[in-house]
Write a protein that binds this ligand. Structure first.
Ligand code: GLN
Length: 532
């Protein structure tokens, strides 16, 4: 039977609870513990699929096509916990199911209430993951900050789990902030208050992860211990690190894994974090830097392209270089010549996925620049569609060629919806989502990169390269290097006579790990180094 670790957050949001939860997962895995990861999001949306990247960062997609919180991407990068729609729980899903059961008369005339009906449904979802065969520890990250109205039912459910299973089977880890104030001192008061808020709802934290600029001195940890009833050794200093993949080591160095396994009574081998140590060492010892432009529209928020940035970093580590990211706004790129000139100094361009027409012409212009200047160019999803539009306009001479998503009236809809999708009106759940296979053609760059004929990746898009144009595009030289398993749809393209121009309709960034960089990102960075 699984034991449970609930990870909560206090003081303020964006302290990196996801990274903390994922890092705890990775240290436990390094000791051979079979773990599962669950994210609870207190918002009322059923999933992250309908949310703007401005609101919520990237939408992370699982093999089974769930559109989830970006923290699942963190779990995927740090752990081997299988991830599916079961691992992402939202208030929307909980209420949807409770209301469905109420309509079906399943509550037999009872008044349906937050406690016990909503909390029971939350526990059912958590136990569904924990009770999978052989799971030893389930780490449940509760989104939001303690004190938020929205988190209350989830915290209450967590309290009930501890009460039902027994305190020795459940651990509460609380992440807080220890700010460094103007007077040059660390302040522990917010942490004291945050722990107090948890106690008020019946949860005594077992471990505190205290975010701070630098490692917290022992006297401060003692002080926090005194005010929070958490032993000093369990007040862990979660200080800022250069590379987020250092976090597991930073925690382990303070004995976090030992505390967890002792408190939960787990018997397991010693930890082996050598793979993580190697990642960090390689990153830190890299002396060379490549300059990569990301041409998108949410560039003030790295979270919007979270997995892309991470996968590029993995690719750089695999090539023993560092990356200097140049974030370019595609709208500005189109409009301002001086701004566009920044492309002249980069070693490669990545055009990520996206929705809607804003900034599209700038992306097309960037693709044209890369193609004509032999600059490595990696197009992902919308980025690949952009590479096709540019090729159709410039090489095929199809003036005004476009995607019907951008220009429904275009004379040359080289990217369009599949016939049968045209009637789709609802926004949620109408996309090609999740795992699907791609057949790779031999003698292509893609084949060299993957070294396999059949691969699978994850999708999240509505539009496709139109089959009314794919033959003409191929006749004009565009290499269609990958197609769907049934060979009906274009999955990947390559520019002919170009050092590295690859577009993929899927999202390879979701499957890249620091310990094992995705081959496409590794190859792209290698091409950028050559170009340097
Ligand atoms: N908007 C495009 C489509 O729906 C691309 C989606 C994406 O980049 N994820 O096909």
């Amino acid at each position: 039977m699984s034991k449970y670790i609930f990870v909560t957050g206090g003081v303020c949001s964006s302290l990196g609870k996801g990274l903390a939860a994922a890092s705890i997962g990775s240290i436990l895995e390094s000791r051979g513990v079979n773990i599962r990861m669950v994210k609870v999001d207190p918002y009322i949306n059923v999933d992250a699929g309908t949310m703007s990247p401005y609101q919520h960062g990237e939408v992370y997609v699982t093999d089974d096509g769930a559109e989830t919180d970006l923290d699942l991407g963190n779990y995927a990068r740090y752990t081997n916990s299988p991830l599916s729609q079961d691992n992402s729980i939202t208030t929307g899903q909980i209420y949807q199911n409770v209301i469905r059961m109420e309509r079906e008369g399943k509550y037999l005339g009872k008044t349906v209430q937050v406690i016990p009906h909503v909390t029971d449904e939350i526990k059912r979802r958590i136990f569904k993951v924990g009770e999978e065969h052989g799971v030893e520890v389930t780490i449940v990250e509760i989104g939001g900050t303690v004190g938020d109205i929205e988190s209350v039912p989830f915290l209450e459910a967590a309290r009930q789990v501890a009460h039902e299973l027994g305190r020795e089977k459940v651990l509460f880890v609380h992440l807080t902030l220890v700010p460094y104030v103007v007077a040059g001192e660390y302040k522990t008061k917010p942490t004291q208050h945050s722990a107090k808020s948890l106690r008020e709802i019946g949860i005594q934290p077992d471990i505190l992860l205290c975010r701070s600029k630098e490692e917290l001195p022992l006297d401060l940890r003692r002080k926090i211990s005194l005010f929070t009833n958490v032993d000093t050794e369990s007040v862990i200093s979660a200080y800022d690190v250069k590379l987020v993949y250092e976090i597991p080591q930073a925690y382990a160095a303070q004995g976090l894994d030992k505390i967890v396994i002792r408190k939960l009574g787990i018997k397991c081998p010693d930890r082996d974090l050598s793979a993580w140590e190697k990642v960090v060492e390689t990153y830190k010892s890299a002396t060379k830097t490549v300059k990569i432009a990301i041409v998108g529209k949410y560039l003030d928020l790295d979270d919007s392209y979270k997995s892309v940035f991470e996968a590029l970093t993995h690719g750089s580590i695999a090539n023993k270089v560092k990356i200097d990211f140049v974030r370019l706004d595609s709208e500005q790129l189109f409009e301002e010549l001086d701004y566009f000139k920044q492309l002249e100094s980069v070693d490669g361009i990545l055009i990520p996925g996206g929705f809607g027409s804003r900034g599209i012409e700038g992306k097309i212009k960037a693709a044209a620049y890369a193609r004509k200047n032999n600059l490595p160019c990696f197009g992902i999803c919308l980025g690949m569609q952009v590479m096709v539009i540019e090729y159709a306009r410039d090489v095929l001479g199809l003036e005004g060629a476009n995607s019907t998503e951008i220009d429904p009236q275009t004379k040359h809809p080289v990217i369009s919806l599949l016939e049968e999708q045209i009637d789709i009106k609802a926004l949620g759940g109408t996309m090609r989502l999740g795992k699907s296979y791609t057949k790779i053609k031999p003698n292509t760059k893609l084949y060299k990169i993957y070294d396999q004929r059949m691969i699978y990746e994850r999708h999240r898009h509505r539009y496709e390269v139109s089959n009314l144009y794919s033959k003409d595009l191929a006749a004009a030289g565009l290499i269609i290097s990958g197609v769907t398993e049934d060979e009906t749809l274009v999955e990947t393209i390559e520019w002919p006579n170009h050092p590295w121009g690859v577009g993929v309709q899927y999202h390879p960034e979701f499957r890249s790990k620091p310990i094992q960089a995705h081959p496409l990102f590794k190859s792209f960075i290698a091409a950028c180094i050559k170009n340097e």
